[in-house]
Design a protein around this ligand. Structure first.
Ligand SMILES: Nc1nc2c(c(=O)[nH]1)N[C@H]1C(S)=C(S)[C@@H](COP(=O)(O)O)O[C@H]1N2
Ligand SMILES: [Mo]
Length: 419
């Protein structure tokens, strides 16, 4: 293997992203997994080519040869229906999360809502209180946008230290879909917001009665009452028949099973914005209403709990996102942050959506620490783990965008470490 033919752009084997862009990897298969074609290659007809398979089906399912699954935490009998399941980021490509693999966070389980019996009420400081049925809402003009949603508890195990784990178990509370719905501004216009109204209090129809307050400026900016997710009705797990979708902000504020929007002159001070979803600080004060999810990225492959079979060329790939705009760039390090190289952005750089990055890397069989660092369109650079801890201490449960470090051992084992 002649590694000199690849342009090295940073320490410990990072190769110029230009090799992914037409310069090629010189016929060397990534990670040297390919084998040479024998003389009779292609002449054997596999069994599946000899007999017709089953015909069309009513609702598709993935190949039985793929095993992508959400992973849920153990149920807690004291907290019926409460819990999370996480997206298998390390096995995915592109930026869109299939609906069946969208992460879940429920405070009191998933209500079984018949849309015919569901109502959305707009009241409070409005000229004319309104009630919408599902059928009614379907008649409004809708917009479709690709947005990520991330639980503010995502990655929190990284604050305390290297707890091990996979991309899924540490960071799987983020997903990205095309959300289609009615702009909230359309509905608020129809109700006629009074000048003294400053906040919109949103409440869900689940047994948690989850409520969150949205400042009016955001509510009339890009917030949706989302009815469709990747083209099909929003899944029950995601809030069927309708959810509030608040782009770029902590997942909790995107109230699912949305049933009430009340215009107020201040925040409602719901439980989920006072005792929960606030950020305790080392000086014993707490931050409240820390809405935008911060600039973050993550290498999804190679990542924790994977094993590299042999030294050679690998394609490092991952995801980056920011609640304050689009992703301007991602840098990758293979030497624990001493040197960095620019990754290739493989997807569109959409506002408040996931962005896919990659870069080729030659693993020499020695120790390595892989990291990625994103910068967004507003110039925000992803914080290091130390910077997060310096700002929030180790008691803060929410908002942990710190740089993820994956250590590669000389055996090829990849694990999460704190550096
Ligand atoms: N009504 C209601 N809305 C809710 C929740 C809930 O339990 N009930 N969970 C919140 C939290 S904490 C998050 S992170 C997101 C998760 O959205 P998802 O389950 O569609 O991924 O929904 C939010 N909206
Ligand atoms: Mo959340």
């Amino acid at each position: 293997m002649n590694s000199d033919k690849f342009e090295k752009v940073a320490g410990n084997g990072l190769i110029s992203r230009r090799h992914l862009l037409g310069m090629g990897l010189g016929g060397m298969s990534l990670a040297a997994t390919g084998s040479l074609l024998g003389a009779d290659a292609g002449l054997q007809i596999p069994g599946w080519s000899k007999t017709p398979g089953p015909g069309p089906s009513a609702y598709g399912a993935p190949s039985a040869h793929t095993q992508l699954q959400r992973v849920a935490g153990a149920p807690n009998p004291l907290y019926p229906g409460g819990g999370v399941s996480r997206t298998p980021l390390q096995h995915m490509q592109g930026i869109i999360t299939p609906n069946s693999l969208h992460f879940e966070r429920h405070h009191a389980g998933i209500p079984d809502i018949d849309p015919a019996g569901h109502q959305l009420v707009i009241n409070g400081l409005v000229r004319q209180p309104l009630v919408f049925s599902y059928e009614n809402l379907l008649k409004y003009p809708m917009v479709s946008k690709v947005y990520f949603i991330e639980c503010s508890g995502n990655g929190n195990s990284n604050t305390v230290g290297a707890a091990g784990g996979s991309a899924q178990s540490i960071h799987g509370l983020v997903s990205c879909s095309e959300w289609t719905g009615v702009p909230l501004s359309t509905l608020l216009d129809e109700a006629g917001v009074l000048p003294e109204a400053r906040w919109v209090a949103a409440v869900g129809a689940d047994a948690a009665s989850m409520g969150r307050s949205v400042p009016i400026e955001k509510a009339v900016d890009d917030v949706l009452v989302a009815l469709f997710q990747n083209g099909e009705p929003v899944r029950p797990e995601q809030g069927y028949p309708m959810r509030l979708f608040v782009p770029g902000w902590e997942g909790n504020i995107s109230v699912k099973w949305l049933t009430q929007l009340k215009l107020l002159n201040g925040p409602a001070q719901f439980r989920d914005e006072t005792s929960k979803y606030t950020d305790p600080l080392p000086d014993r004060s707490a931050r409240q209403f820390t809405f935008p999810m911060e600039t973050k990225s993550l290498i999804t492959s190679p990542s924790g709990e994977m094993t590299l079979p042999r030294a050679g060329i690998y394609k490092i790939t991952g995801l980056a996102w920011s609640g304050s705009g689009s992703i301007r760039g991602v840098e990758v390090s293979a030497d624990g942050g001493r040197t960095w190289a620019d990754a290739l952005l493989e997807s569109e750089q959409w506002d408040k959506a996931l962005t896919r990055f990659s870069i080729p890397w030659e693993w020499n069989g020695g120790d390595a620490i892989l990291q990625s660092r994103a910068i967004d369109s507003a110039g925000n650079v992803q914080l290091t783990r130390e910077a997060v801890i310096a700002d929030r201490g180790t008691d803060a449960f929410y908002h942990n965008p710190g740089i993820q470090s994956w250590a590669v051992s000389s055996q090829g084992d990849v694990s999460s470490v704190a550096v």
